[in-house]
Write a protein of this length. Structure first.
Lengths: 335, 335
DNA sequence: CTTGCAGTTGACAGCGCTGTCATCGCGGTT
DNA sequence: AACCGCGATGACAGCGCTGTCAACTGCAAG
């Protein structure tokens, strides 16, 4: 920067002013500085700027997986929203969802000097992390305000949406609905399971035990094998589409038809969900809107603006496709 | 840090030594410093360190999408490998793959002071970007050494693998194989299309025009509709699984069966590929190995080590499942 | 008892930038 | 004519850390 100043025949401070688009610089000087910047191939040093301003214009993201539909879609939205606001993203994955791992990740982000932290896929534990990040606001993508009032919570109404999906199945005439849940302990899994349970209890139906998956098609397949063996199962709600795909495959491999014998509803509307052999009925949420809303609120906090707590519910839409139908008069026996 | 020094009754420099695990500090002093660090709740300031060392221990990643199987799997591997080596990841997405957008992203990463740059999903244009990043090594995930000798290239042998897949289809007895490619101009699309073409030409078969998709199931569906109308089509190789899924759906919706009438091979082995109604024959590559290999080589460069140019080919495996079979005596007409 | 040397510690400068405050013109007021 | 106010500019300090080099220990060797 000193070089540029010399080249332009101005003080270093003036170069700084021009670079940062501060007012009160004559146009002629501004032009001269820009020319010098160009000539010297000057690029401002972010570290030095961060050192003095105590701001890095960087957001830290903590996630556990980048491959599943939900987190990867939200990540994309977060990145876009951040970039538009002039922020960069520092990405940290934690192999496990343990509070310790998350705490460590947050610590390393704070050390990195991020201005805010975003936690995708909150595990149950996030509420209990109770991790202090003095001066660094935290955004959690979950629909329940939870027990950490300091943190910002944004998310679709998983619980309500799932309840609706199950009620739709009940409305079709199914006696009850089984559930393949995500990993126990995760907020998302729990919220979805709660919605399912609420619908069942609201309609005074039997609440069968939920099967626990891990979001993968393989775990859905395993659950499907178990469910195929129970002759009374006619409707299953899966906590995501991948598991629903695995489940359907298991059902079909046991000679059952979907939706002939068993109706299946998934969640998240994967890119391929509409193009399966049996297009999947699923719950679609606008991940991009959720991400943007969250980042906006986080940046309000970061930049000391009044955080408009509009907290408009982000809508979830039930997309009815071919995997659901009224229950059969008599369900086939599994092979 | 000054506070910690005062608390421990040592010089600031000694605290610095302890923090950085430098030798030549008495154990007793070291313990005292650690205690003071704990007591003061001290966290080193990365910006200040970066300012003086000129190193940020940060890698910049440029990508276009985080949702498709390939890039998201590689991203995960890159993050893991980087974290294990003590590096953080700064993520930048570019909406388009234009050279300009990529150049800009790289510029912003350089300004951010990253020690190295990783480009996922290289577009054709990356070779032509010709972007100078003096002092910042660049890693490209592509199998062809390309025209930019300065940059590190790591990738599975897409071309060879695709050739094998097509030869497998030919070996089944198919007269020729059609191809649904990725977006034109991308390295990955091109390499895969080249492999397909090479196999066909090697066997002296007719090379039908390739259909261009955009990696999504929807584009595969569109291609499938077109292919269903051509009665001579009995085998299709898709540049990824999502498009293959869309394609199969289109074929089936036109009354054709897979693999009865048409055999389909995909690529990338998505989480759900083995669990589809017709489990998909596909090409699986070890993304994690590719990512680790790449990061290792990049860090060799970053840290000034001799970059062991072992360049072991990362293997690609053909997973034969139910979507491929010998061609029918007479292919059905599409509805 | 001196000398040398390795191991240990500290003083100080400076990385590249921005915030603060002083300074300098210039035109408009009294 | 003296004054004021404001826009434009610059001098300088200092953000929190590490690299350099000097200084100071104790102990073994001469």
């Amino acid at each position: 920067m000193a070089d540029v100043a010399r080249l332009a025949g101005v003080a270093q401070k003036t170069v700084s002013r021009v670079i940062n688009h501060e007012p009160n610089v004559r146009d002629e000087v501004r032009a001269r500085v820009f020319a010098a910047v160009e000539q010297a191939g000057y690029r401002p040093n972010a570290a030095a700027r961060a050192l003095v301003t105590q701001r890095t214009r960087t957001l830290g993201v903590v996630t556990m997986s980048t491959t599943f539909r939900g987190p990867s879609a939200i990540l994309a939205g977060v990145e876009a929203a951040a970039r538009e606001a002039g922020y960069s993203i520092v990405l940290t994955r934690t192999a496990t969802g343990e509070p310790r791992a998350i705490s460590e990740a947050m610590d390393s982000l704070v050390a990195r000097g991020v201005d805010g932290i975003v936690i995708l896929e909150p595990a149950e534990s996030t509420a209990t992390i109770g991790h202090e990040t003095p001066g660094t606001p935290v955004l959690l993508f979950e629909d329940r305000p939870g027990e950490s009032p300091e943190w910002i919570h944004v998310g679709a109404d998983d619980r309500g949406a799932c309840r609706e999906a199950v009620e739709y199945l009940l409305g079709l005439g199914h006696g009850t609905v089984h559930h393949v849940a995500g990993p126990a302990g995760w907020r998302t899994s729990d919220a979805r399971a709660e919605g399912w349970r609420a619908a069942l209890e609201g309609a005074r139906r039997i609440v069968p035990p939920a099967l626990a998956g891990d979001w993968t098609a393989a775990s859905g397949y395993a659950a499907g094998l178990a469910l195929a063996a129970q002759p009374d199962v006619t409707a299953v709600f899966c906590a995501n589409d991948d598991m629903a795909i695995g489940l359907i495959h298991a059902l079909e491999s046991r000679g059952l038809s979907v939706p002939g014998d068993v109706s299946v509803v998934g969640m998240d509307d994967t890119d391929v969900s509409a193009y399966l052999h049996t297009p999947l009925t699923t719950l679609a949420q606008d991940f991009d809107a959720i991400a943007r809303e969250g980042v906006e609120r986080l940046l309000d906090e970061v930049e000391g603006r009044a955080p408009e707590s509009r907290r408009e519910a982000v809508p979830v839409e039930l997309r009815v496709r071919a995997s659901t139908a009224p229950p059969p008069a008599k369900r086939r026996e599994a092979r």
